[in-house]
Design a protein around this ligand. Structure first.
Ligand code: 5CA
Ligand code: ZN
Length: 418
């Protein structure tokens, strides 16, 4: 799948210290890379609606991670998927009376525009589920052969005798290790996040779908021995991450809403079909961005779209600064005041770098680097720049190169173009 144009990243003298992230599973600060290079897999959009500020926060967070790692001298391979076939996409297409492919193409196009406007680095590989389906078949067949998966008769399928395929979570001794939830906690969220606990014929209520036999009116793909049908959700990320990056990956990223079931199940699938003990060395999760007291979500409809703000004439750099003002690990509510404050900050920074000189910028650049290397602490990085800008505007400074150095560093490290 085509991604979007890569923004120019200026060179900045010096280097970021070792980048560490707080791993959701252990709760510890751990190095984001251990072998001299880093593999990063970030769960991408399900393209049935436009990019809202929660999505944008997620992709800006992982953009910061990739920028910081590269600035620390670590080459990064960054892979992101697009869930371009799944129930929510089919349901929305049906509701709106358009083809599911047309809907996906339109929303992916809009996502690309939003990411480009926000100066988000594109992944090195951007892979749709649909184009990757042929690579899901052998792992699912293998899970069936090893007894980690089983068939459930699909009486309503378009062909007689067809079966769906489910993963047996009880076969996995490490099941639960990602989310650390007990069964009740898992059941609490399983249904609302794509699971089907009540499906008849399953061995365990939490077993997730690997392959859905074709139903009348649904798209279908050749599933080899599985029969015609379409893939489940978690196997998509397990297979793409494994085939493109190799296991274990260094960082699995996404929002906290994916911890269970998605990241739990993807890891369980990948461990079972690859025989690797660990799927991801570290998990980094973006907190949920909300509006009016609730998580912003396509199903609830309480959304602020990046594209709408852009159409309203908001500078995308102000949107980016509003997102960077919050630590990625915390949940927060969007208020219009966030945007006003970011616009004010952007104007102040622009004014401060437009003078002929300013206070020396080296210490500020170093502080930005160390804040980002410390679990992507963007609020601390912004505060350091605020201090420089205030000093520059109130007392001035006699370093003629400082404004340029700082502007390039903010572009490279924070993705903020002044
Ligand atoms: N396609 C799947 C992942 S494989 C998916 O969750 N798609 S999504 O379009 O629903 O979400 C895209 C990304 O944005 C995911 O990483 C998700 O965790 C994140 N996300 C969704 N809603 C929010 C929110 N309100 N705040 C922060 N991040 C969010
Ligand atoms: Zn995913």
């Amino acid at each position: 799948m085509k991604s979007w144009p890569a923004p120019f990243v200026p060179q900045v003298p010096g280097r970021s210290p070792e980048v560490r992230v707080r791993d959701t599973v252990s709760g510890e600060l751990v190095p984001a890379a251990v072998s001299g290079s880093a593999s990063v897999y970030v769960c991408g959009i399900t393209p049935y609606d436009a990019t809202h500020l929660g999505h944008a926060a997620t992709y800006v967070t992982f953009d910061l991670l990739v920028r910081a790692l590269r600035d620390s001298g670590v080459p990064v391979r960054y892979v992101q998927n697009i869930t371009d076939i799944d129930d929510p996409l089919l349901e929305r297409a049906e509701r709106d009376g358009i083809g599911w492919e047309e809907l996906a193409t339109r929303e992916i196009g809009l996502f690309r525009e939003d990411m480009t406007a926000l100066a988000v680095l594109p992944p090195d590989e951007y892979l749709g589920a649909v184009e990757s389906i042929p690579t899901f078949i052998a792992p699912i067949e293998q899970l069936l052969a090893s007894g980690d998966a089983y068939q459930v008769p699909a009486a309503d399928a378009s062909r007689n005798g067809a079966h769906d395929v489910y993963f047996d979570v009880s076969r996995d001794p490490k099941f639960g290790s990602v989310s650390q939830l007990d069964e009740l906690g898992m059941l609490d969220v399983f249904a609302e996040r794509g699971g089907d606990p009540e499906r008849e014929g399953k061995r365990n209520r939490l077993d997730p779908l690997l392959w859905r036999a074709h139903r009348e009116g649904e798209p279908e793909w050749d599933g080899g021995q599985l029969g015609p049908g379409r893939p489940g959700w978690h196997i998509e990320c397990a297979c793409i991450a494994c085939s493109r990056l190799g296991l274990p990956i260094d960082v699995q990223g996404g929002g906290t809403d994916l911890i269970f079931p998605h990241h739990e199940m993807s890891a369980a699938h990948a461990r079972a079909f690859s025989g690797t003990a660990t799927f991801a060395r570290a998990y980094v999760h973006q907190g949920m961005v909300g509006l009016d007291g609730e998580k912003m979500s396509k199903s609830r409809g309480n959304l602020v779209f990046v594209s709408q703000l852009r159409r309203d004439g908001v500078d995308p750099m102000a949107i980016r600064l509003a997102l960077l003002a919050r630590h990625h690990a915390s949940d927060w509510m969007w208020h219009d005041g966030d945007l006003t404050a970011a616009q004010q900050r952007l104007a102040t920074w622009r004014e401060a770098v437009s003078g002929n000189g300013g206070p020396g910028a080296d210490a500020t650049v170093e502080e930005v680097r160390s804040a980002l290397a410390d679990d992507l602490d963007s609020p601390r990085a912004l505060a350091a720049v605020d201090r420089w800008a205030t000093e520059s505007l109130t007392r001035g400074g006699d370093d003629p190169g400082a404004p340029g150095v700082l502007a390039r560093a903010l572009d490279a490290l924070l993705g903020v173009r002044l």
